[in-house]
Design a protein around this ligand. Sequence first.
Ligand code: PLP
Length: 407
Amino acid sequence: MAAPIAQRALKLKPSASIAAKKLVSDLQAAGHQIIDLTIGEPDIETPAHIVDAAMAAARAGDTHYTASAGTAALRDAVARRMASEKKLAVKAENVAVGCGAKQLIYEAFAATLDDGDEVIVPAPYWVSYPDIASLHGGVPVFVDGDGENEFKLTPDALEAAITERTRWLVLNTPNNPTGTIYAREELLALAAVLRRHPHVWVMTDEIYEYLCYEGDRALSLIEVAPSLFERALIINGVSKAYAMTGWRIGYAIGPKALVDVIVKMLSQSTTCPSSVSQAAAVAALDGDQACVTYARDLYLKRRDRMVELLADAPGICAKAPAGAFYLYVSVAELLGLTTPEGKVLQSDLDVSLYFLEHAKVAVLDGSAYGMSPYLRLSFAASMEAVEEGSRRIVEACKQLSDATPRS
Ligand code: PLP
């Protein structure tokens, strides 16, 4: 008998990156030697002092439900970080802890969107924003970025996208998939637009904050325009900076009234995140930060190597991103070319499938991120995988040019 599936679940798309991860695992399990450049998480282990803190917490009996907002220790640690780095006078009551940044985004939209409320999502975007907004009755309003301008949302484009129904602007810097980071002046210009529209709230997704290759961290819109804090929700977490994706700890920081309603939603979904993971997150935030610098240096070397090798790939235009661990490369010049198997490439999805089937390299197509024809190549993979994957892509691109009939 067919399962009773609600309309909103029927409309929901599975996360493209999670689907890719499964496809690659299935192919590898079937014996294929796939180089995986779809990875959306650090390939390094969680630093030992963080793991030790979790084990100590478990042994000390820290194994019970915590408050739905998170432990006082973790909320205090987040508030201290906001004060010391961003000079924001944030208290524990402004912080909600959830099972990853993703859950906070989910609960924030659940708590604030009525049917038809609009969410401005600059494209290309992290795959989950539109789907989570739609699931809660929201209407994603996409604003396409320009590759020549690092895909940045401009003040004019933001102004044009705002309507009476706009509830949120989602701003993700450093950005997934492009790695783009907004400079202070650019943030100030966007803040000026937001000030003209007091009904619009801003969700700043800062999960890649410390994966920044020019300086120690990316700036937040809210630290350059603190008066916007009263209608902002800062999203962050330990997943990317501290290699803790599996621990599932994220946090949202905002005005108490909004945080309270998010906490109510959390209390009716997961009750609270893992007590042991929260203890680990406190150790991450309060402990030695050398692990963050170590990870950044590692990714920087891989980024530069990938860009260097891909410079030899005909038809691929790879620029070094300012942050995160992805290259978002245009494959416009590959469209229309013929594969050695005789297939004409029509889209970035075709190109990604060609790389997978022909070169055994897995990458994600730009259509998943709302902008084509591009591919997202992750360098959160070992240097060997970065080098071998890039070489295979270069070779596959050369074979396309050779196989295409001259007109
Ligand atoms: N925001 C962005 C832009 C991401 O890329 C991701 C994960 O890939 C998340 C949020 C979710 O992070 P978390 O692991 O904390 O749920």
